[in-house]
Ligand binder design. Structure first.
Ligand code: S3P
Length: 187
């Protein structure tokens, strides 16, 4: 039984939405994908939200959905890649969740997201350059996560490592913040 939410963070393409349900399945806990939750409450796709309300509107909705999800019983949550950029979101995460960074080299992530058309922040001719810049800006924020996992491994293996880590910590992986950053598999 989880005592805290487990929130998967990391850049676009790192596999949060694929790995999340696998972790939840292993732990026997519910899963929620925050981007789908935002779309459901808005009645619009992410692309439409960006088009109509801009990134600022999307970020407001993202924080509202995060607050709403974190008020429920503990879930495994797949977050959008930009969640950690907002100070309020980071505060909510510290208060209510244990965080996991699905880490992969930027070139691998770019390869995975190059063909996606549903990520407004990286559309257009200079999309990949913009993605590199965003990654550089965000990397220190992802690194604040309680647990880092090598996301170049297969999704099943990534999920197994996260579930084992959560189990090891009695379902309360970031208990008493002194346990922050307990292990870093990739280092
Ligand atoms: C974003 C990532 C997307 C989505 C939105 C903004 C970002 O989620 O939330 O397009 O700022 O990196 P994924 O990381 O699931 O692609």
């Amino acid at each position: 039984m989880l005592k805290r939410h487990i929130v998967l963070v990391g850049f676009m393409g790192c596999g949060k939405s694929t790995v999340g349900p696998l972790v939840a399945g292993r732990l026997g806990e519910p899963f929620v994908d925050l981007d789908r939750e935002i779309e459901r409450t808005a009645g619009m796709s992410i692309r439409e939200i960006f088009a109509q309300e801009g990134e600022a509107g999307f970020r407001r909705r993202e924080t509202e959905s995060l607050r709403d999800v974190l008020a429920r019983r503990p879930h495994v949550v797949a977050a959008g890649g930009g969640l950690v950029t907002q100070a309020e979101n980071r505060r909510l995460l510290r208060e209510k969740a244990a965080t996991v960074w699905l880490r992969a080299p930027i070139d691998e992530l770019l390869r995975r997201i190059a063909r996606s058309s549903d990520r407004p922040l990286i559309q257009g001719d200079d999309g990949m350059e913009r993605a590199r810049r965003l990654y550089r800006e965000r990397e220190p924020l992802y690194a604040e996560a309680d647990f880092h996992v090598d996301a170049t491994l297969g999704p099943r293996q990534v999920a197994e490592l996260i579930a084992a880590w959560a189990a090891q910590h009695g379902g309360d992986p970031s208990r008493g913040n002194e346990e922050r950053i307990t292990q870093r598999i990739t280092e």
